[in-house]
Design a protein around this ligand. Structure first.
Ligand code: GLN
Length: 485
């Protein structure tokens, strides 16, 4: 496993060129993509050009940043100028954005090398990457299993070493849950810390972009590069971005006791016992590291999923109204009149899960139901936030499982959307409250599938989340296991 820092050292010591590093990533992608399908599009030519530019800088004696020459995968719901951005949907199959998202622009400026656009559930709606209109992604640990979702392509690509790091988006768990299923680190930042400009909107009050990596340090480095105010996103926070890498130190080095809360409600019914055991072992590890551990109750946690499945589809129904066959991408080839064109375009262009969400959302927002559903959900959202506020008055971070189970077999939940929705039980409340949450490997089940530990922080306390994660990672060896592929 090669980290950003190791690659950077090799580059500046001229042991390896950016072109060689990029070529190795492209070769790896070409060798395993037929089995994995993490990418919807591989941008080998552009990647080589970017790598050459980095090599030229190094040859000219210029200083290059940590991300220069680092191969990176980008979820295909982030707009990349001149490169198709499909959201894994037929309706955007031929969409080539005329502009670049803020995050990818920042990564370009940092010299990183995008190797391709990664697969996802259509419009990021799903938890298995099976809802992609262009075929599913496999889990590198067991090709018959799903990689999680919706950012399953990014998680699988990093786990399988097709790229060093990747970006995903997380509306209800779509970074953390696939990170957990694929045995990598994934972070959903505080709402507003990372600009959403150029991220194709799913549910605007919940969506956040965040990093995937094979180590906490790689994730911290990537976060530092993409975070920070952006005038192009009105919800972007005007805050100073800390040097997250400065917080990668053992928790026992803190001046006072590091306080960790275990969310009691996440250990109830429906939790796979092997996941529960691994997470409790992680808690013991934290105690050994010197943390003070206590149980915390978040009684409203259990309303997260029903609240989310009103709010997210409502916002999605509004956001997806723009795909009407006129402004973007696909238009039905045959229609009798304008209404017929709209209807057929949307019927043919969207997959079943997206249609389901649009219908739920339109219903919840309709006159007469708005108060009963949408307004009620917003009130419950406030109650969930208050649970967290009470918790963070007592502890520095909260821990719980990332997902109730490990990766499941592809096809297993296809006819049961509800059981798929329940996968995000433990991640959704974090989005509803706008908090940062990270998943990192904390063990394996008896099938050899990775288990994820979730660490949740208070608003803008990515520093504490990363510190806890780093301390745990340094004390354990889970992150060193790699899938045999
Ligand atoms: N799995 C959840 C859903 O289907 C979350 C998706 C996401 O975070 N983008 O909506």
């Amino acid at each position: 496993m090669v980290s950003i820092r190791e690659l950077h050292d090799q580059l500046v010591k001229k042991e390896r060129s950016a072109v060689e590093i990029t070529q190795a990533a492209i070769d790896r992608i070409q060798a395993i993509e037929p089995q994995l399908h993490s990418f919807l599009c591989v941008t080998a030519e552009q990647a080589m050009a970017q790598a050459e530019a980095v090599d030229a800088q190094i040859a000219a004696g210029e200083a290059v940043g940590l991300l220069a020459g680092i191969p990176i995968g980008i979820k295909d719901n982030l707009c990349t100028q001149g490169i198709p951005t499909t959201c894994a949907s037929k309706i955007l199959e031929n969409f080539v954005p005329p502009y670049e998202s803020t995050v990818t622009q920042r990564l370009k400026m940092a010299g990183s090398v995008m190797v391709g656009k990664t697969n996802l559930d259509e419009f990021a709606m799903g938890g298995s990457t099976e809802n992609s209109a262009f075929g599913r992604t496999a889990n590198p640990w067991d090709l018959d299993c799903v990689p999680g979702g919706s950012s399953g392509g990014s998680a699988a690509a990093v786990a399988a070493d097709e790229c060093t790091v990747a970006l995903g988006s997380d509306t209800g768990g779509s970074i953390r849950q696939p990170a957990s299923f694929c045995g990598v680190v994934g972070l959903k930042p505080t709402y507003g810390l990372v600009s959403r400009y150029g991220l194709v909107a799913f549910a605007s009050s919940l969506d956040q972009i965040g990093p995937f990596g094979r180590s906490v340090e790689d994730v911290a480095i990537l976060l530092e590069a993409i975070a920070g105010h952006d005038p192009k996103d009105s919800t972007s926070l005007k805050v100073e971005v800390p040097r997250y890498t400065d917080y990668l130190k053992p928790i026992k080095k803190s001046s006072r006791k590091f306080r960790i809360g275990i969310i009691k409600e996440t250990f109830g019914e429906g939790l796979d016992s092997q996941v529960g055991t691994a997470v409790m072992a992680a808690v013991d590890q934290f105690k050994k590291l010197g943390a003070e551990v206590q149980e915390i109750s978040c009684p409203q946690f259990r309303y997260g999923v029903p609240t989310y499945y009103i709010i997210a589809p409502s916002e999605a129904s509004a956001n997806l109204a723009r795909y009407d066959g006129v402004k973007y991408g696909f238009r039905t080839p045959q229609a009798d009149n304008l209404m017929d064109m709209y209807t057929r375009t949307r019927a043919e262009g969207f997959g079943p899960e997206v249609k389901r969400r649009i219908m739920i959302g339109t219903y919840a927002l309709s006159a007469g139901y708005y108060d009963a559903y949408y307004l009620k959900a917003q009130k419950v959202r406030t109650l969930i936030k208050q649970d967290f506020e009470r918790a963070f008055a007592q502890v520095d971070v909260l821990v719980c499982p990332t997902a109730p189970s490990t990766a499941f077999k592809a096809g297993d939940k296809n006819n049961d959307p509800l059981s798929m929705y329940l996968l995000d039980l433990m991640t959704i409340p974090v989005n509803l409250a706008g908090l940062p949450g990270l998943s990192l490997p904390c063990g394996f089940d008896d099938q050899g599938l990775p288990i994820g530990l979730q660490i949740i922080g208070n608003l803008l306390r990515e520093d504490l989340v990363l510190q806890a994660a780093y301390s745990y990672e340094q004390a354990t060896e889970w992150h060193q296991h790699r899938p045999k592929l």
